[in-house]
Design a protein around this ligand. Sequence first.
Ligand SMILES: [Zn+2]
Length: 254
Amino acid sequence: MTPKPNIWSHLLGALWFLSSSLQYLQYQRLIHSVSLGDGIALGVYSFAVIVCFALSTFFHTFSDHSPGMHKFGNELDHLGIVLVLWGTGVSGAHFAFNCHERLEMAYIGFLSATAFGCGVFTLRPKFRQPAYRTTRFLLYLFLGASLFAPIAHGLVLYGYPVLNDMMGLESFLGLAVINFSGSAVYAARIPERWFPGTFDYIGQSHNLMHVLVLTGALVRLQGLLGVLEYWQGPLGQEPTDAPEIDTVMATRRL
Ligand SMILES: [Zn+2]
């Protein structure tokens, strides 16, 4: 039986993101000055998180309905993970290369192509056969790489402090560390491996992973809101950190 905390953690997470997105739209102080591209980047991230959590909620709610429904829900759950990786990468690449449109488009194009490939491999039963194992592995590897490649490139171009201001690098890395911890806890079956039966209903690795995923998503959301303030200024003014902006603008010519 699917433990109910797995349903509630992501249902409440999806509702939390939905309500905070709607609140953001009413957040006149920022919305007056936010550029269309920056608004879309934040929207893409929030949309991807909401859909990912909603698909996970669907899977955990209906997984005990029938074997067919379990398989279908499981595919949707995986599709949600691909979508949220794509949304996280797109928003990160946008802000990392806010002054370098061609690089931004190149990275978003690569991300979208690998995410599309992963989506197709997730949904088509044919590609789950062992013959496609290496291709499947490589596609997911490329998707992971396309999330971090713009970060590495941005670090070379701008350095840590400026890139951190530009795209909220610390919250991006925070999200990565928290999600990696969640995956490790899940894969290692902690803590139920040490106390069989004790955590069947609540507190088992799958619950902990859900809570960590939600925590990571909220950490990154806070980071992205800080990034918007950096680009727009807290009261709709231009950013005041002139030397850093000069450095950023200088890279337009790169
Ligand atoms: Zn789950």
